[in-house]
Design a protein around this ligand. Structure first.
Ligand code: ATP
Length: 396
């Protein structure tokens, strides 16, 4: 179910929209338009739908329009054309067109925002900061303090409730910001680079906490980041922006496997594929292996015996090689390192590399009990070197 629907949204900063919009339609670039009218195109023809429970990451270089688009979702930025709809029960409210009372209702009950700068009030305690938005919602004092304390506990800061924000580290303050946003219990959370001011270790920890909180609370989150690794880690969907436009919207894996343009490819080239790619997009499929009489010839004098594409055994000249069916969280220490692992086709690359680190050999991928391919060192190096995109034309 769509909770936020952005439809053909244009946002223009400046006083000459009547001139600027037709120039945009004629295909003039942002730089040309600044020169011609003095207006800055913040967002051009952006459309995106975010469903309940999704984390949609808006990703792109500085100035690409991410924050401008995000701020349209709670009506902070005026839309020149298009619609930005947010769910309110059974209705979708157009944030650009609704009256002030509706906008206030939406901002208090439906959409809340977490900023990079924490935006905590220094004169209030940590607990009072978390409770502040609840006061705006009209919740009685005792109730809101109980709720705020619960939220602080969720981000492991309940011991810090009575401190002032300046007594906390940056990471802790950002957790207070998260607790405050989650306390509001709005359906939609807008997060504008909330972790970018933090050092990498704290940042990773907060990303993990956000994923864990989201697992429990199932909010609809729009998250701005200029870091593709962060986007790939937390996003269920990523929209990449360049020069005010969304140039690709896809799942994390598809962004990495099929970058739409060189701009996206450049981001992807600097990411860590371990967190994103799955075995079946890295494997050498069965169809590309040498098969003779139901025997698949492998490296090191081994072969796979198949019956109707189902693996029956792995052999070498000395006889049968032991096999192990891998399951998530399996402890590998006691498994002999000459065993061949049989793994699900959608195994995460990180797990597959861990298995390869333990075992000496390639692994066999299965789907619906049929062998669909193998993963060997070549497949891993291929992915680690970022050669998985353009593989049709450029395969290494
Ligand atoms: N209030 C404003 N008035 C005029 N121009 C603005 C305003 N806000 C944003 N812009 C312009 O809109 C464009 C997009 O800015 P925006 O802040 O959305 O980019 P961003 O992708 O979020 O960048 P960053 O990662 O640096 O925050 C920029 O050219 C910026 O100068």
């Amino acid at each position: 179910m769509a909770v936020v629907t952005i439809e053909n949204v244009d946002i223009v900063f400046g006083d000459n929209k009547a001139q600027t919009l037709p120039l945009m339609d004629k295909g003039h670039s942002r730089d040309e338009i600044i020169g011609m009218t003095g207006d800055v195109v913040g967002v051009q023809n952006a459309s995106i739908e975010v469903n309940e429970g999704e984390i949609c990451v808006l990703m792109g270089l500085s100035g690409s329009g991410k924050s401008t688009l995000l701020r349209a979702v709670n009506g902070l930025n005026k839309i020149a054309r298009g619609r930005c709809l947010v769910r309110d029960g059974d209705n979708m409210v157009d944030m650009a067109k609704c009256d002030d009372a509706t906008l206030r209702h939406m901002r208090t009950h439906r959409v809340s925002m977490v900023f990079q700068s924490f935006a905590l009030m220094p004169w209030l305690t940590v607990l009072e900061n978390v409770a502040f938005g609840l006061e705006m919602q009209g919740m009685p004092k005792t109730e809101r303090l109980i709720k705020a304390r619960e939220q602080l506990k969720m981000v492991s800061l309940d011991q810090w409730a009575d401190k002032k924000p300046d007594e906390l580290s940056g990471g802790m303050r950002q957790r207070v910001g998260l607790a405050r946003a989650f306390a509001m219990d709005t359906d939609v959370l807008l997060m504008d680079e909330p972790f970018s001011a933090l050092d990498p270790l704290i940042r990773t920890q907060l990303q993990d906490e956000l994923i864990e909180l989201q697992r429990r609370l199932n909010k609809t989150i729009i998250f701005v980041s200029h870091d593709l690794d962060e986007a790939l880690k937390i996003g269920t969907k990523i929209a990449i922006m360049e020069s005010a436009k969304i140039i690709q919207e896809d799942t994390p894996e598809q962004i990495v496997l099929n970058p739409a343009t060189e701009y996206v490819e450049n981001f992807v080239a600097h990411t860590n594929p371990l967190n994103v790619l799955l075995g079946n997009s890295l494997m050498t499929p069965l169809s590309e292996l040498a098969i003779q009489n139901d025997k698949v010839i492998m490296e090191n004098g081994m072969w796979l015996e198949l019956t109707d594409e189902k693996l029956t055994s792995v052999q070498n000249l000395e006889g049968e090689v032991p096999t192990v069916s891998w399951t998530p969280n399996m402890v590998l220490d006691n498994i002999p390192n000459n065993a061949i692992f049989i793994v699900p086709a959608n195994i995460a690359m990180r797990d597959a590399v861990n298995i390869r680190y333990h075992s000496k050999h390639f692994m066999v991928l299965e789907e619906n009990e049929k062998c669909v391919g193998i993963l060997n060192d070549h497949n891993f190096y291929h992915a680690l070197l970022g050669k998985h995109f353009g593989r049709d034309t450029n395969a290494a």
